[in-house]
Design a protein around this ligand. Structure first.
Ligand code: UTP
Length: 293
């Protein structure tokens, strides 16, 4: 099947325990970096990659994500009356007109693999993308997912994004081995979830962007819980490898792990320094704060 990717899955049903107490009421994906929630950055990246159907896998506590993409009638009326057209456009244009949202529920947080499987009725048998919004990827040119979609189309294969990590951190990631990795990509021979450094087949870690063939669904249906008692997407990809070509791709761009506190701080600094209105003040404050330490 040709790898034309039009649908993207955003699994946002995790518990976000690393950001408690904030995530007691605010979903992790709604935490802001400067002035946009994490989910908006991921959605913008997907739309830039040519995606027109956004599938959010949520749970019953995450109304905030659905509300964010819904129309805000009262706020719109107030801004309209007050003549605040710029702000009005900003909240109206969170999504372009040609893009549609679908929400599916993951009743229980049984793991990322299970969350992706919940999107099957919407995706069918097509190739699709998965974006984990807490991996924020900053890039100057084409976004990371766009680069992956291009490669998937050219090579007619699933594509998983990777980046090298220090060997001692392998137990925090899915790790791939791609012995013929040259330039930015190579075919994956093996993928393992969170291996100890001494058992890791390489230091190439999977980050939260995937372009997957629809063939992953029948595999996910049979995948049992693995590491951490969760149904792991990594385990299903390990099965997919036995029947299909799956490429590891090192994207151009910088990834911030906004599922951790330090990652969110780093991203905030980077985006503030890159922001037209805020850069000068942010830089001045950072310099003053460092000088005072
Ligand atoms: P994480 O491993 O970051 O888990 O999930 P988490 O629950 O969100 O956060 P912590 O570790 O407790 O702080 C990776 C991605 O998979 C989604 C999460 O929402 C996140 O985008 N996920 C995970 C689900 O949608 N459902 C699950 O059952 C598990």
């Amino acid at each position: 099947m040709a790898f034309q990717v039009k649908k993207a899955v955003f699994p946002v049903a995790g518990l976000g325990t690393r950001f408690l107490p904030a995530t007691k009421t605010v979903p992790k994906e709604m935490l802001p970096v400067v002035d946009k929630p994490l989910i908006q950055y991921a959605v913008d990246e997907a739309i830039e990659a040519g995606i027109d159907t956004l599938v959010f896998v949520t749970n019953r506590y995450k109304h905030a994500v659905a509300d964010y993409f819904d129309k805000a009638y009262e706020l719109e009326q107030k801004l309209e009356k007050a003549g605040k057209s710029e702000l009005l456009a900003m909240i109206r244009d969170v999504l372009p007109k040609h893009v549609r949202c679908v929400f599916v529920t993951q009743a229980e947080a049984l793991g990322l693999g299970h969350a992706v499987l919940c999107a099957k009725p919407v995706i069918g048998n097509e190739p699709f993308a998965v974006l984990l919004p807490d991996d924020l990827i900053w890039s100057k040119g084409r976004g990371a997912l766009g680069q992956m979609v291009d490669l998937a189309g050219k090579e007619n294969a699933s594509v998983i994004s990777v980046q090298p990590v220090p060997q001692e951190q392998t137990s925090s990631y899915g790790i791939v081995s791609a012995p013929n990795f040259t330039g930015r990509f190579g075919a994956i021979e093996q993928i393992v979830e969170k291996p100890k450094p001494e058992k890791a087949p390489s230091n190439l870690a999977v980050v939260g962007r995937y372009v997957l063939s629809g063939a992953i669904f029948p595999i996910l249906e049979k995948t049992r819980s693995g590491t951490g008692g969760e149904i792991q997407l990594t385990d299903a990809i390990a099965e997919l490898l036995k029947q299909d070509k799956v490429l590891a791709y090192q994207f151009e761009g910088r990834r911030f792990d906004c599922g951790t506190r330090i990652g969110l701080i780093e991203a905030t600094i980077q985006y503030a320094l890159d922001h037209d209105d805020l850069a000068a003040e942010a830089r001045a404050y950072m310099q003053a704060a460092l000088a005072a330490k």
